[in-house]
Design a protein around this ligand. Structure first.
Ligand SMILES: C[S@@+](CC[C@H](N)C(=O)[O-])C[C@H]1O[C@@H](n2cnc3c(N)ncnc32)[C@H](O)[C@@H]1O
Length: 190
């Protein structure tokens, strides 16, 4: 079952001027972990995931970097390699599995409007009780969560709040939990 994640990164740098050796600045480390969580398996990149990362940090927001698992040739094996995907996209280096656009959180959501959209939130409905039929979109925030404006947009488009439990988890861990939940529901891998 295909799934789409949208990570709203409030600080993610929008120019290729961040250090690959010090990823905690602009929380590029969080983004790198989300890339690994989305695609990593021991046998290569997952084909059933699309990850949209909405970068809202300086100097030139918004920028959305989209990564398509079905086109990925090689799994990034470290946080540095994962961050390099963003770095190279911002540099404009061509890559068949990565697209970069000047696109806001709202536009990214609207472009996925043909799918059911779930907003990952501790106080939503327990995911175990939520019917998920077909490719769905899971929206999550960074270390700051989703701001009021982002929540207003999610409400406007009718996103349903879905919870993984009352404990707040790291963004990357939420992606792993959702991947696991969906894998369990569709064990045949369709
Ligand atoms: C590190 S958490 C954000 C914590 C932040 N301090 C806040 O108050 O929102 C990052 C994101 O993961 C998702 N998340 C974290 N824990 C969750 C849970 N138990 N259920 C559903 N989503 C969760 C939310 O989308 C959240 O914005």
């Amino acid at each position: 079952m295909k799934r789409i994640f949208i990570l709203k990164s409030s600080e993610g740098r929008t120019a290729p001027d961040f250090s690959l050796k010090s990823l905690s600045a602009w929380r590029m480390d969080l983004i790198a972990r989300c890339i690994i969580a989305s695609f990593a398996t021991p046998i290569g990149p997952r084909r059933d995931v699309i990850l949209h990362i909405v970068l809202e940090g300086p100097p030139n927001p918004p920028v959305t970097v989209s990564i398509y698992g079905e086109k990925m040739e090689k799994m990034p094996l470290s946080e540095i390699e994962a961050a390099e995907i963003i770095y190279n996209a911002l540099l404009g280096r061509a890559n068949r599995e990565v697209y970069i656009e000047r696109k806001s959180f709202e536009r990214t959501l609207l472009e996925n409007y043909n799918h059911e959209i779930f907003y990952l939130h501790e106080f939503g409905e327990d995911i175990k009780n939520v019917k998920i039929s077909g490719t769905s979109v899971f929206v999550l925030g960074d270390h700051k969560g989703i701001d009021e404006e982002g929540e207003r947009i999610l409400e406007k488009i009718g996103a349903k709040k879905v919870s993984l439990g009352r404990i707040p988890y790291l963004s990357s861990h939420c992606i792993i939990i959702v991947n696991h939940e969906l894998d369990n529901r569709w064990e045949d891998g369709t």
